[in-house]
Ligand binder design. Structure first.
Ligand code: ZN
Length: 286
């Protein structure tokens, strides 16, 4: 059965994290390894890792780590790479299968091509070195300076990679909307899917971040809202299109809500799992 995964906030131990995921009956989950405020990668003790692995191996095939926002692969000075290396070491130790990375941003629009080349250099290196993790580049909300706010950046990047077949992409719906793609209208949504087909190919999309937002289309503001938020502009109506689209049916979906009460979180998961149920009539795309 198709089910939605969830981004889980860092807990005091890895064992707590995996227990929470099991309790919520998640098919898979995503988390950060690096503190959003501290910029430091977590250092679990051996016993915690053992306990985590024993449950992780029973309950989950796929696990996603979201690399830190402190990492900017588009920066040419390479100072973010040690943090990325530490996250990859931990991901392998904990048997995570996928790493979602924001490519980062350049300082001036004229630098964008150089920024893409910087991303290409590090991704080429990672693909040569790492075989056990699939890297997924995520589209950005942050306007022209950010690589991947324009989906055509990814097309350019693919043409420059040594092993383009080994990289995947993660499409975040809130970022698509904030970057200025009008996915709320039927026509705009179709145009966006056609753009994905033409530039990177739908088969390269390995994950959808199904997020709503209260921000306007084209705002370039990266603020997620939970699915069901009545103040959202990108609301359930727009998000259902992605869930019901037969062309995207084999792509895993997870959501990254802001902190909400556990009961609301459960209600949200139940609701989206009902959307994902094959028994529902496919009304949205008609
Ligand atoms: Zn995301």
């Amino acid at each position: 059965m198709r089910k939605i995964g969830l981004h889980l906030g860092i807990t005091s131990t890895l064992n707590d994290l995996v227990q929470r995921a099991i309790c919520l009956e998640l098919p898979f989950f995503q988390c950060f390894f690096t503190g959003r405020k501290t910029g430091k990668v977590m250092i679990p003790d051996d016993q915690d890792v053992r306990e985590f692995l024993s449950l992780r191996r029973i309950y989950f095939n796929k696990l996603y780590v979201h690399s830190s926002y402190f990492i900017n692969l588009a920066s040419i000075d390479r100072r973010y790479h040690p943090l990325l290396s530490k996250e990859i070491v931990l991901a392998k130790r904990l048997e995570f299968t996928h790493m979602v990375i924001h490519p980062g941003a350049v300082k001036k629009v004229e630098d964008k091509s150089a920024g893409i080349d910087a991303v290409v250099r590090i991704i080429n290196y990672l693909l040569r070195k790492e075989r056990s993790i699939q890297f997924l580049l995520e589209n950005s909300a942050h306007g022209e300076l950010a690589i991947g706010s324009n989906i055509e950046d990814f097309q350019q990047l693919l043409t420059k990679l040594d092993q383009p077949d080994r990289i995947g992409f993660c499409i975040d719906t809130a970022h698509v909307h904030a970057a200025g793609y009008d996915i709320l209208s039927c026509k705009g949504y179709e145009q966006f899917i056609k753009l994905l087909e033409k530039t990177i190919g739908l088969e390269k999309i390995k994950l959808i971040h199904l997020n709503g937002t209260q921000e306007l289309c084209g705002s370039c503001v990266d603020m997620h809202s939970y699915i069901g938020d009545e103040h959202a502009i990108l609301s359930e109506f727009g998000l259902k299109r992605f869930v019901h689209d037969k062309r995207l049916i084999n792509i895993p979906i997870l959501t990254e809500p802001p902190a909400i009460a556990e009961n609301d979180e459960r209600r949200m998961l139940v609701k989206v799992n009902e959307w994902l149920s094959p028994k529902l009539p496919d009304q949205i795309m008609k």
